[in-house]
Write a protein that binds this ligand. Structure first.
Ligand code: XGP
Ligand code: MG
Length: 219
């Protein structure tokens, strides 16, 4: 194991709930629909524009708006989301993550971020974690969002490690699929029924240690 590729939302910190809150408000205000709670997991790992399109499809309004109008709605959601995450501090880092980053650094494993979110650099700054990572893959630079492998391939390339020598960590089904398609080893965080394709699953970030990742890699 020479590299670890981290998803951010739902792995490093609990921002998935803020994404869903903002998407729900947008759906209600602009489209007049209520998103069911189950939609939260449907949007995990999915890029901003793909999330917007899924919501339009749910509302049966796929063809109602121009591309500019759709962009404006997605931007409005981001403004709502930014208000929520402006308050993030180091205390919002999920349990076990800081310890894991320290252990990986001691073991000279390179660390890269493979988030679908364009807000990843801002969030890492707020959490005081920017310096712990060797690279952040830019989702604006990849052709296809998760479940395509692109963002994980880019994250591995940015630390100059072959994807097959990397472990990826994800809380989303689409993310686990992306890791596997990239040829890396997938460790899921969450419900093992949702993340069946992962090589190994832990229930919470507290269980993520160097040795757990190493064992998943050797499996
Ligand atoms: P960004 C976000 C999406 O808006 C959100 O729906 C996804 O759940 C999240 O990425 C996954 O990490 O992207 O709007 O912060 O760029
Ligand atoms: Mg996630």
């Amino acid at each position: 194991m020479q590299g670890v590729l981290f998803d951010l939302d739902g792995v490093i910190t609990d921002t998935a709930k803020f994404h869903f809150k903002a998407w729900s408000r947008l759906a209600k205000e602009k489209l007049g629909v209520t998103l069911p709670a189950s939609f939260e997991s449907d949007l995990k790992g999915i890029s901003r524009i793909d999330s917007m399109n899924r919501i339009l499809k749910f509302a049966k309004m796929e063809n109602k708006y121009s591309a500019d109008e759709v962009d404006a709605m997605a931007q409005y959601k981001n403004e709502l989301y930014l208000k929520e995450i402006g308050k993030l501090t180091q205390t919002d880092i999920f349990p076990g993550i800081e310890n894991l980053l320290d252990e990986l650094a001691v073991n000279k494993v390179k660390l890269s971020v493979a988030s679908a979110s364009k807000n990843a650099p801002f969030i890492l700054e707020k959490l005081g974690l920017r310096e712990q990572f060797d690279a952040i893959a830019d989702p604006a630079k990849v052709a296809h969002g998760k479940p395509a492998p692109d963002i994980f391939l880019e994250a591995a390339a940015k630390i100059d490690v072959d994807p097959t020598k990397c472990v990826g960590i994800e809380d989303a089904k689409a993310g686990v699929e992306a890791i596997k398609s990239a040829g890396a080893v997938a460790v899921g965080v969450g419900d093992s029924n949702d993340l069946k394709e992962a090589d190994s699953v832990v229930a919470s970030t507290e269980e993520l240690t160097y040795s757990v990742l190493e064992q998943a890699f050797r499996k």
